[in-house]
Each structure stands twice: as C-alpha cells, then as structure tokens.
Design a protein around this ligand. Structure first.
Ligand SMILES: Nc1ccn([C@@H]2O[C@H](COP(=O)(O)OP(=O)(O)OP(=O)(O)O)[C@@H](O)[C@H]2O)c(=O)n1
Ligand SMILES: C[C@](O)(CO)[C@H](O)COP(=O)(O)O
Length: 376
C-alpha cells in the first residue's frame, strides 16, 4: 500500500500570536513543523502545503527530509485540496491529512489510522468528551448539553486517495475538516482512539504544553570513548583528521588517529553498539593503514539510521607535544565535515599531564571523547 501525508501549514496562526506563524516557531528547541514532519517520515511521500511567503522557513523546517512544498489556499480546505492535487499525477493508495500545528502526534496514532483504512474508506482519531458540556453567555451558564456520543476530533484524518480527492473537488466549501468533506460524499469514517497529547497548538499557552510533552518523550544519549597510541618513527601525527608535523609518528593498525578513534567509540557507546574493534576488526587486513574518517563516518551513519542526531561532541587530546592549539580550528572543521554537523557543535581541546605518566614521558598520545545524541 503506497502511503502519503499532506501536512497543511499555510495558516497564519493568528490566535497563537508571536513574530512568526506558529508552525515555524520553536518548541522544544526545533520548529513545530520539524517535529510534525518527523512523525510522518516513514510514509512513502510527504507534501507540506505552505503560504508562498514561507518557502525559506519551510525549507529550514524540512531539515533535509524529502518534502514536496506546495502553495496553499485561502482557507484550510483549499490548502488540503492543493496538497491532494499535488499527489494526483502519481497517486498513493491512501493519504493522511494532518495539521502542522499538531507536532506531538504519535507513531501509534498514525499507524492506527493507516490500519483502519483496510476496513473503511476513511478513519480519524478522536477522544470522547468526558467533561460536562454547558452553554453560556456573558459569563453565565445558560444550560447543559448532553455529551452522549460526542467526540473531540483530531488529525491525521486518513482516506483512500481517489475518494477523498473526488470529495474535495466536489465540495462547495465551509467544512470544519476533511471528515466532514468525506461524509458529505457519503464515505464512512471509522473512529480510532485519539491521544490527549495530540493537541493542536492554537493559543499562546499551547507551546508550553507541547514542549513539556516533546521534551519528556525525547531520547537523549551520552557516550564516552578513550584511546591511546604510542609514538613510533615518522615526521607527523594525524589527529582529528589533521596532519600535524612532529618529531615522531603514531603507531597503529590504521592511521592511528587517536582523537578520531576516541570520538568514534563515544558515538558507538551512546548507541550501545560496541566499539571500533567490533565494526573494523584489527585482524582484518583491509583496515591496515585505513583513514579513520571511514570509522567515524560509519558511526555517524548508524546515528542517522537509528533516527537520532548528534547534538554535540567534545574531544580532549592528552600530550606534552605537539602543541594542539594552532591546529584545533582545523580539527574542529574536519570532524564537523565528517559528522555533517555545524562546527559550533564540535569541541577539540588539549591538556598535558604535567609530565606525569606515559603521556608526560612523551611515549604516546591519549584521547578522551564525549558524544551526545538526541532523537530526531
Ligand atoms: N489557509 C489555510 C489555513 C489553515 N491552514 C492549516 O490548517 C490547520 C488548521 O489549524 P489552525 O489552528 O486553524 O491554524 P491557523 O489557521 O494557522 O490558525 P489561526 O486560525 O489562529 O490563524 C493549520 O495546520 C494551518 O496551517 C492551511 O494550511 N491553510
Ligand atoms: C481539523 C481539526 O484539527 C480537527 O480538530 C481542526 O478542526 C482544525 O483547526 P481549526 O481551529 O478548527 O481551524
């Protein structure tokens, strides 16, 4: 079954206020839209419908995901139709239509909607109304309302693609949501369990509620690494990808880049994925003299495969000589390039061991590293 999501993000977020439309503002350190897009990244196609003025903001929020940006319309329904039309030339089997302003939507909710489409032309999450319902006017209760059979509607609202496209094309307008459009076309809609946390950021206070949930659900991992290589014959040492002239070289099976090895192990450690020796056994002749960026890149690729990203790394080199300071900036750039992150997230520093121990006697160089990973 080919799946697609239409994320409607062309609204102006007037009720939320603030300097930018709510979908481009940060919640838990990232744009609202980035969280929403990540939730749907496992579907085959992603369309995000935006206001034409917001192309740069939308591009940034897409953070490298394969997202088709489509200009929206004057109201939500027009934006949904624009998104559906963008899919029509290569139609998916099913489409999930979702408000960008619901960044806390869970994988369970998304998958439950998709599963329900095997037995129903439409499906959407909703929560039964549990509080008493009143009518009111001028600050006074004017009556009570029977809540039996009432639900609070959420998104994503999912449909078989051809049917919802036809329903939207034929609709005269004024629908509250896509379920109403589908019901007006006589399509049955199954209710799947909604989620209290799948709130729509509507007013200013909703940012704090969404942030609290997203931060509590975030997976943060820390790893550390340590490595030592002894000095041997040679005229330079390779440290964090930079060749530094020296009176000796470093001995090792690969290029003996002690800093990069410690960092690679820190990343594997954060992933609970063993160490360099497990992934690149020294007994295997193909890694003899290998450039260590191969190891570090492998660890970085594993981070992405696990749906995580590198928040920061910190490397400390322990040696009396060579002096690291003049080369630190080049080392930071080299590591940032290999890891595919900004240089502001990479630290390389050095210390001596006050002439104590093996590093103090200049028998070799030691390195320690820390890496922090966060779920995307
Ligand atoms: N012309 C429009 C209007 C709304 N939307 C989207 O439809 C959803 C509806 O949620 P809502 O809270 O009403 O968003 P806004 O219209 O942005 O908010 P407001 O009414 O406060 O301006 C949002 O994802 C919004 O971006 C859209 O794509 N195109
Ligand atoms: C579609 C919706 O999210 C269902 O709850 C909602 O109706 C859209 O937001 P609005 O505030 O009603 O425009």
């Amino acid at each position: 079954m080919k799946t697609a999501a239409v994320i409607v993000a062309a609204g102006r977020g007037q009720r939320a206020g603030g300097p930018l439309p709510k979908q481009w503002r940060d919640v838990a350190c990232r744009p609202v839209a980035a969280w929403t897009l990540d939730a749907f990244a496992h579907l085959d196609r992603l369309v995000m419908v935006i206001h034409p003025d917001d192309a740069d903001l939308a591009q940034a929020a897409s953070h490298g995901l394969d997202v088709e940006l489509v200009p929206g319309g004057h109201d939500r329904a027009a934006s949904v139709l624009a998104g559906l039309e963008a899919l029509a030339s290569d139609p998916p089997d099913v489409v999930l239509i979702h408000d960008v302003a619901r960044p806390c939507v869970s994988r369970n909710t998304i998958d439950a909607v998709i599963a329900a489409l095997n037995r129903s032309p439409g499906a959407a999450p909703a929560l039964p109304v549990t509080d008493a319902l009143w009518t009111g006017a001028r600050g006074q209760v004017t009556g009570t309302q029977d809540r039996t059979g009432l639900f609070r509607a959420q998104t994503p609202q999912g449909f078989r693609f051809a049917q919802i496209l036809a329903a939207h094309r034929a609709h005269p307008g004024g629908a509250a949501d896509d379920v109403q459009v589908a019901r007006d076309a006589a399509l049955d809609i199954a209710i799947v369990p909604g989620d209290e946390f799948n709130l729509k950021i509507t007013g200013p206070d909703d940012f704090a509620r969404a942030a609290q949930y997203l931060e509590s659900a975030m997976d943060v991992r820390l790893g550390n690494g340590y490595d030592v290589h002894r000095f041997g014959p040679g005229g330079h040492v390779t440290l964090c990808g930079v060749d530094v002239p020296h009176s000796h070289g470093l001995d090792g099976h690969s290029d003996a880049d002690v800093g990069m090895h410690a960092l690679t192990d820190a990343i594997y450690g954060a992933l609970a994925a063993g160490d360099i020796g497990r992934h690149f056994p020294p007994s295997d002749p193909q890694w003899k003299g290998a450039a260590s960026h191969i190891f570090l890149r492998h660890a970085a690729d594993m981070v992405a495969e696990r749906g995580m990203k590198i928040a920061n790394v910190d490397v400390t080199l322990v040696c009396e000589r060579p002096k690291i300071g003049p080369h630190a900036e080049a080392m930071i750039k080299s590591l940032a390039d290999i890891l595919g992150i900004e240089t502001s997230r990479v630290s390389v520093k050095a210390t001596t061991s006050e002439r104590l121990g093996f590093t103090g006697r200049e028998e070799g160089i030691a390195a320690l590293a820390t890496a922090t990973l966060v779920s995307q």
